[in-house]
Design a binder for this molecule. Structure first.
Ligand SMILES: [Fe+2]
Ligand SMILES: [Fe+2]
Length: 166
């Protein structure tokens, strides 16, 4: 059962999420994407949950704006497709979009737009300005979601330290 952060709709069963599920159906159940559940991301969640959050809200935003919501959703789900836990160095921040794109291409049919979304999602840390409006949506959504996940991590740390003081 998958649910984006802040959403009450279960992707696999809620009628409200039907359109989203149809967009990512070939990707979300794959071993490659399901395997992201075994990796921590931003210290507060799993990489699968992070990718789902980015994908789901990018889909809603693109649909609202009249952009290609399906491709944004697919690429959003694949934008951090790597199965390792490297240290968060500047090199990693710059290199992982290329690794994610290589991994995505190994397992799925990836369009030019989807490739751009995946490769450019770390702009401006990584050089290469996005070429499609959908790439901008995913790039900003990724940063916004990362901020929420970082805040969740800080909240957890504060709760733990408060418990220790009691
Ligand atoms: Fe990333
Ligand atoms: Fe990300």
């Amino acid at each position: 059962m998958s649910r984006a952060i802040g959403s009450k709709y279960v992707v696999e069963t809620s009628p409200q999420a039907e359109e989203y599920l149809a967009a990512v159906e070939d990707v979300i159940g794959s071993d490659e994407v399901q395997g992201l559940k075994y990796f921590e991301h931003h210290h507060s969640t799993t990489r699968f949950q992070h990718c789902l959050n980015v994908s789901y809200y990018s889909f809603l935003l693109c649909r609202k704006l009249g952009f290609d919501a399906k491709q944004a959703a697919r690429a959003g789900l694949l934008h951090d497709l790597y199965h390792s836990s490297p240290k968060c160095t500047k090199e990693h921040l710059k290199n992982h979009p290329r690794i994610a794109l290589e991994n995505a291409r190994e397992s799925f049919e990836i369009s030019d737009l989807e490739a751009d979304v995946i490769l450019k999602h770390m702009w401006p840390i990584r050089k290469g300005r996005p070429s499609y409006p959908e790439s901008y949506v995913v790039m900003f959504t990724d940063k916004y979601i990362a901020l929420i996940e970082a805040c969740m991590c800080i909240k957890d740390l504060r709760r733990h330290s408060a418990k220790k003081r009691i």
